[in-house]
Design a protein around this ligand. Structure first.
Ligand SMILES: *[C@@H]1O[C@H](CO)[C@@H](O)[C@H](O)[C@H]1NC(C)=O
Length: 247
């Protein structure tokens, strides 16, 4: 038993090469991310540390492929479940996500941010009911041909999302996502890396979120910004997902 556990851990480490959010800050306060070790802790001991980041079984540090866009996995990654805790940020404040374990390796693709309201405590959120509202969408800078993902690489794997200043106080799930496009010229070749976090927004914002989009309705495998050739000069990028809400 002990031996097979060691082998499972070793093989998980061997195939790393993509990534996940290892920790994040809410208005500069440090919060633990969901580590792959926690999965093995859960399997072996029945529990793992209580954190605000969502549990997920992306055990190869991998992705959700386009052929799973119409499954619940697209919400917050594979077999995800809400974190037990909730972090806190002020409306207008910032969330900074750190991708690890070794920064971020894929320089092609957009980075998106979404938020969904929880009906009560986010630790009880039902992922298939979450209505996602897009609040960040950074694609490619046409002049420099630098993708958001390349910026993430050059920022050492750190990415900041500003919480809309007008957002009403309450409990929300924030969904931070990289879509890696290095294989996007083949069908089912794009790679989505969604990560979710329970975060309570404080402050005196007055705006409730508009109607959002269920995870399974966010993307289609043949969306123009999903199935495309990234190895050419991009002059117009069709940002995947619903329209942006600016607050
Ligand atoms: C946060 O995550 C980054 C990226 O994995 C890592 O380099 C850094 O050491 C982590 N910070 C702490 C305090 O663990």
């Amino acid at each position: 038993m002990k031996t097979s556990f060691a082998i499972v851990v070793a093989s998980a480490a061997a195939v790393m090469g993509h990534g996940f959010v290892t920790n994040f800050t809410t208005d500069a306060k440090y919060n633990q991310g969901f580590l792959l070790d926690y999965y093995y802790q859960k399997v072996n001991t029945g529990s793992f540390p209580s954190i605000a980041a969502w549990y997920a079984e992306n055990l190869d540090s991998g992705f959700v492929a386009p052929n799973a866009y119409q499954t619940a996995d697209i919400n917050c990654h594979k077999n995800s479940a809400p974190g037990a805790l909730t972090a806190t940020v002020k409306a207008g404040g910032t969330l900074t996500f750190s991708w690890g374990p070794n920064g971020w390796p894929h320089p092609y693709g957009p980075i998106l941010g979404y938020v969904a309201a929880c009906d009560g405590d986010c630790s009880k959120a039902v992922k298939t009911n979450l209505q996602w509202v897009k609040i960040q969408a950074e694609g490619i800078d046409y002049a420099s041909q630098v993708w958001a993902s390349q910026k993430l690489v050059s920022q050492g794997g750190k990415w900041t999302l500003t919480v809309p200043a007008s957002l009403k106080a309450g409990n929300y799930v924030f969904r931070h996502e990289i879509i890696a496009l290095h294989g996007a010229n083949s069908p089912n070749g794009a790679q989505n890396y969604p990560q979710c976090f329970n975060i309570a927004v404080t402050g005196s914002g007055t705006k409730t979120l508009p109607a959002g989009t269920l995870g399974t309705a966010l993307y289609k495998a043949d969306d123009k910004g999903i199935l495309m050739n990234p190895y050419t000069t991009i002059t117009s990028y069709a940002m995947p997902g619903p329209t942006l809400w600016s607050g």
